[in-house]
Design a protein around this ligand. Structure first.
Ligand SMILES: Nc1ncnc2c1ncn2[C@@H]1O[C@H](COP(=O)(O)OP(=O)(O)OP(=O)(O)O)[C@@H](O)[C@H]1O
Ligand SMILES: [Mg+2]
Length: 493
């Protein structure tokens, strides 16, 4: 391969910063064309497409266009993302309210009446969401037998779902009318809706069906994520597919300073037209100081290739090592746990977070934790681990969570992580009870995906322990969950 370009570091795999966003002109226009409708009636829109196609990046661009762009509408934007199960019920909706409260304290609302009104409505909605999730969220953690940690849970639920829905709707309505007074709209962005738990999905659907005027709700969903039934969801769809040659050229130049010619761009469009693969290819060329000629690209993309592998191979060794070590954790990764995993407790925390913030493969999340910049990188790093290393890293994660428990603000996340890490470390005695107990709570709150994952872990644990009573209880629970999941009346919710 010929050496032409200057050698430099990787560009981040995080969703694209709006100022570097390339192409997608029709899709952007489509989104903008919905704004008048949002003002009049309230409007929802789904951004769909396969993984790595640029859905989260388009959401970033929309946030910028509507809120921050000089000369733009200066609308109010709140944003949240949904994580893979096992995760917490309504955590994304609570993150939306958190964003709103940040806007309120930062002086975004100019009228004092507006601030108080919104703060009050947000507090009320948050209180309802919190109470609804209370039977799942432990109010404390206690050592049970020996060093094993269990949750202390609140009593029976006090809040019916309908009140949650009404509380959230009232907040949106207040926001919409507040914005309308100043000729703006309130924009709610929800990333990765296909990962929503059943209660989250129900709330999302109810909100979509009854959006108040002055509100735009844009959510992303992977193809095949179950939101395609447009009759049921009845929302316009902006579908993203591979980038075209001219968009690829724009991306090469704007983000990497690389200029693929028409032939090279056509080759990329054909073979690696999704933005994640393009990022991987351009980064690989950039760090190796190669020009994006058709020959170089053909060599890079010869035979079977995996974009995550190309991305991983182009990383400095230190990032490869950190990626592998952290790949066993569930996002968001708490900083004290990461620091412990990377064997740098105490004062080394600051350099670790400094490094992570500059990293092309990790991103800091709004709550202060971290995640992989793109889930492909986590999946690939995890796949690289041998069975023994995976087990050892999970055992290390258990230790790190137990040591850092007093520093972790979200107790349920710690418990869910422990349930998974005990199981993956093959510490079945500790995994069995914890998984079964947590699963039952998620089942009671109708988050069947999470309940099933945890119950299956309890079943395998009970089998390994040879505990027939526990095994029978866990299997009964699994059957109940599967029955609920296959109940067509229930899935319509
Ligand atoms: N229009 C674009 N211009 C420049 N870079 C882009 C664009 N769209 C996506 N990218 C880059 O491509 C990668 C994948 O994009 P993104 O994370 O937005 O995809 P996604 O569809 O949200 O993926 P997933 O479904 O897996 O969450 C990111 O590194 C992002 O920076
Ligand atoms: Mg995304």
């Amino acid at each position: 391969m010929n050496q032409i370009q200057r050698r430099t570091g990787n560009i981040s795999y995080a969703p694209c910063p709006p100022e570097e966003f390339c192409g997608r002109y029709e899709e952007r226009e489509r989104l903008r064309s919905l704004l008048p409708r949002a003002e009049e009636h309230g409007q929802a829109v789904m951004i769909s497409g396969p993984p790595g196609i640029g859905k989260s990046s388009l959401l970033n661009w929309l946030a910028y266009d509507l809120q921050d762009r000089p000369g733009g509408s200066r609308s109010l934007v709140i944003r949240a993302e949904i994580f893979e199960p096992p995760r917490m019920i309504f955590s994304a909706f609570r993150k939306l309210l958190y964003d709103l409260q940040l806007h309120a304290v930062s002086g975004w609302f100019r009228s004092p009446f507006g601030i108080e009104y919104v703060k009050e409505a947000a507090r009320y909605a948050n209180d309802l969401l919190e109470k609804y999730a209370a039977p799942v969220e432990p109010v404390g953690l206690l050592p049970k037998t020996g060093e094993e940690i269990i949750g202390v849970f609140a009593q029976a639920p006090e809040v019916e779902y309908d009140r949650v829905r009404e509380g959230f709707w009232e907040l949106l309505q207040a926001l919409g009318s507040l914005m309308a007074d100043s000729g703006r709209i309130a924009v709610v962005l929800l990333d990765d809706a296909h990962l929503a738990s059943r209660p989250d999905r129900r709330l999302l659907k109810d909100i979509i069906h009854d959006l108040p005027p002055g509100v735009l709700l844009a959510f992303t969903c992977q193809d095949g994520g179950g939101y395609e039934m447009t009759d049921e969801w009845d929302v316009p769809v902006v579908h993203l597919s591979r980038m075209q040659g001219h968009e690829i050229q724009e991306m090469g130049m704007k983000r990497f300073g690389l200029s693929p010619d028409d032939t090279a761009a056509a080759f990329l469009e054909e073979t690696a037209g999704d933005p994640f693969s393009l990022m991987a290819c351009f980064n690989a060329l950039r760090v190796r100081g190669l020009a994006p000629t058709p020959e170089v690209l053909e060599e890079l993309l010869a035979g079977e290739w995996d974009p995550a592998e190309i991305a991983f191979d182009a990383l400095p060794e230190i990032w490869q090592a950190w990626a592998e070590m952290l790949s066993v954790l569930n996002p968001p990764f708490p900083v004290p746990v990461m620091a412990c995993m990377l064997s740098s407790p105490g004062p080394a925390l600051v350099p670790i977070t400094d490094n992570l913030q500059e990293s092309p493969i990790f991103i800091r999340l709004p709550g202060g934790g971290y995640a992989f910049a793109h889930h492909f990188l986590q999946e690939y790093s995890l796949k690289r681990l041998s069975a023994d290393t995976k087990m050892a890293l999970n055992a290390m994660a258990v230790e790190c969570f137990e040591q850092s428990m007093h520093l972790i603000p979200v107790r349920l996340h710690a418990l869910l992580s422990l349930a998974g890490h005990h199981f993956n470390a093959q510490d079945y005695e500790k995994a069995a009870d914890l998984n079964l107990e947590l699963a039952l709570r998620f089942y009671n709150r109708e988050d069947y995906d999470t309940a099933l994952i945890l119950t299956r872990q309890a079943i395998v644990s009970a089998e390994h322990m040879g505990d027939d009573t526990l095994l029978a209880a866990a299997k009964r629970q699994r059957d109940l969950i599967q029955q609920k999941m296959s109940d067509p009346a229930g899935t319509a919710q």
